[in-house]
Write a protein of this length. Structure first.
Length: 152
């Protein structure tokens, strides 16, 4: 599975929401499995569907990070519902923009709602590095990359 790189137009558009029925019937199991493998093969901590050329609102995150934070590693139709006022700035990279690192300011804590791999609606609070990863991947699904977040 190849990683889509900028300037591919799919990286700049908002992804299509996925119907719960098609999640529950397992339509995306193979894609999710392939995305997990592609993320690991490319040393990523997260991977959005548009980064593999799919117009779908879904991303995966590193299994170890998910386990450490006691959260799922698959987020479908995610929506960040709250951002903390406190933020910090840390260097980020992106698999779709090879060899490019830049400081990105993000909320330290977020609340996110999404559908899990089993087709169930979930909400959770995230802080620190997990919050940063979830914001980065949600940005992808909204057509934004770290380049769009850099102050001119």
């Amino acid at each position: 599975m190849e990683i889509t790189k900028i300037p591919n137009k799919i990286l700049a558009k908002k992804m299509e929401k996925i119907a719960i029925d098609s999640i529950k019937n397992g339509s995306y199991g193979e894609l999710i499995s392939d995305m997990r493998k592609a993320m690991v093969d490319n040393s990523g901590v997260g991977l959005a569907a548009n980064q593999v050329g799919k117009d779908l609102s879904i991303f995966v995150i590193d299994k170890k990070l998910a386990e450490e934070c006691d959260v799922p590693d698959v987020f479908i139709n995610p929506e960040i519902t709250e951002y903390s006022k406190e933020s910090d700035e840390t260097e980020e990279g992106c698999l779709s923009i090879p060899d490019y690192w830049t400081l990105i300011k993000r909320a330290k804590k977020i609340k996110i709602k999404f559908i899990n791999e089993g087709g169930n609606k979930q909400k959770l609070k995230a802080r620190g590095f997990l919050a940063r990863v979830l914001q980065h991947e949600t940005d992808h699904l909204n057509g934004l990359t770290i380049r769009d977040r850099v102050k001119p």
